[in-house]
Ligand binder design. Structure first.
Ligand code: ACO
Length: 330
């Protein structure tokens, strides 16, 4: 039972300063600017400072979002961080962000759902707002994939960047037209082994061997992931659109996960979407995992591209293999 509607009341981002461009990568592995641009759409990506971790950029994004919502940290009822590159195995990054923001006695936890981490956490927040328990929830998608990237593997090292995006999900007032219209989250665990960081967990604790063999970095079967990404994001978008009697003509903007320009184009084609409706920033940031969508949303809202009342469909896919979509009126 929906007692209240949830809406996005503020957005923010925390972006590292250091840039790693395709020409830098040419010096590290056998690749070329031309190959990376044509195969992925990426030109550069950001790299977190050596002494900074996920919570540092997540906190910047959170402060930025609070400012845009006109709220103080003490107004928050919960903090959720979607991440696969937490500062530590425990405690959760959300608890570190909580201390950085100077708030106490509210729930704070992480969700590990790969790239759709922000879609998953937004959906959790939506439930707590709709059932009337909470009024304002900080939802962050933040990942520092460069910290777990193997810079000897040209198949993966060209893809990843670091960033944090934050969103505040709040109770909408009776006269608000802004609301989260619908959300879908799903997973297909049968293919979990296509994208995995093998070392460091209870399956393969850290050892000299695991470090020597670079088992603490991303392993991915890119080609298989590519196909599943298009299929899963398409079916999630279709499900949400159908459930709300909408088609892509009724959508103002689509923000897809920024994993590969060719995945974005294939999805657009399957959805019969006009390419001008698709928001893309992959050339600047690469794949920042759970941060891609909230960062693109924040940029597009602040630049005035996405406006109050616009209908935005966001969709993602990643390690798990997880997928999900969020349909929002801004
Ligand atoms: N530079 C030059 N050549 C390269 C590079 C590179 N950086 N990387 C791979 N190649 C070569 C390969 O070795 C191969 O050569 P071969 O034919 O001699 O063996 C050739 O290029 C083609 O390789 P493919 O793997 O078939 O290339 P593909 O077109 O599939 O592109 C890519 C690879 C970019 C990784 C693509 O598969 C992809 O984007 N996959 C999806 C990634 C994704 O969506 N991840 C999900 C989320 S990530 C997350 O959740 C953390």
């Amino acid at each position: 039972m929906v007692r209240y509607y949830a809406k996005i009341s503020g957005t923010g981002r925390g972006i590292p300063e250091k840039i790693l461009n395709n020409f830098d990568l040419e010096k590290m592995v056998e690749t070329s600017d031309e190959w990376i641009k044509t195969r992925t759409g990426m030109s550069e990506r950001r790299v977190a400072a050596d002494d900074k971790a996920c919570s540092d950029y997540a906190t910047i994004a959170a402060e930025h979002a609070l400012q845009s919502a006109g709220l103080a940290a003490r107004d928050l009822d919960m903090i959720i961080v979607g991440t696969v590159t937490a500062d530590y195995a425990f405690p959760s990054t959300a608890c570190i962000v909580q201390r950085n923001l100077g708030v106490k006695n509210i729930p704070a936890f992480d969700v590990s759902a790969g790239c759709p981490g922000w879609i998953y956490t937004s959906n959790i927040a939506k439930q707590y707002i709709e059932n009337g328990i909470n009024r304002h929830i900080m939802v962050i998608g933040a990942d520092m994939l460069t910290k777990i990237t193997n810079y000897k593997d040209r198949n993966t090292c060209i893809l990843f960047g670091d960033a944090a995006g934050a969103t505040i999900i709040s109770r909408a007032s009776d006269i608000d037209i802004s609301r989260i219209i619908d959300a879908d989250i799903s997973a297909d665990g049968s293919n979990w082994d296509l994208l995995v960081q093998p070392g460091g967990g209870s399956r393969m604790p850290a050892s000299y061997k695991s470090v020597r063999e670079r088992q603490h970095t991303v392993y991915m079967e890119g080609n298989k992931v590519f196909k599943l990404a298009v299929k899963s994001m398409f079916s999630s978008c279709e499900k949400v659109l159908k459930r709300n009697n909408l088609d892509t003509n009724s959508i103002d903007w689509v923000i897809p996960h920024q994993a590969n320009m060719r995945i974005i184009e294939a999805l657009g084609k399957k959805l019969k979407l006009d390419i001008s409706k698709i928001i893309v920033n992959i050339e600047k940031y690469g794949n920042t995992s759970a941060a891609t969508i909230p960062v693109a949303l924040d940029e597009s809202m602040r630049s005035g591209k996405i406006r109050h009342g616009d209908i935005v469909l966001m969709t993602s896919f990643g390690a798990g293999m997880t997928s999900g979509s969020l349909l929002v009126r801004i």
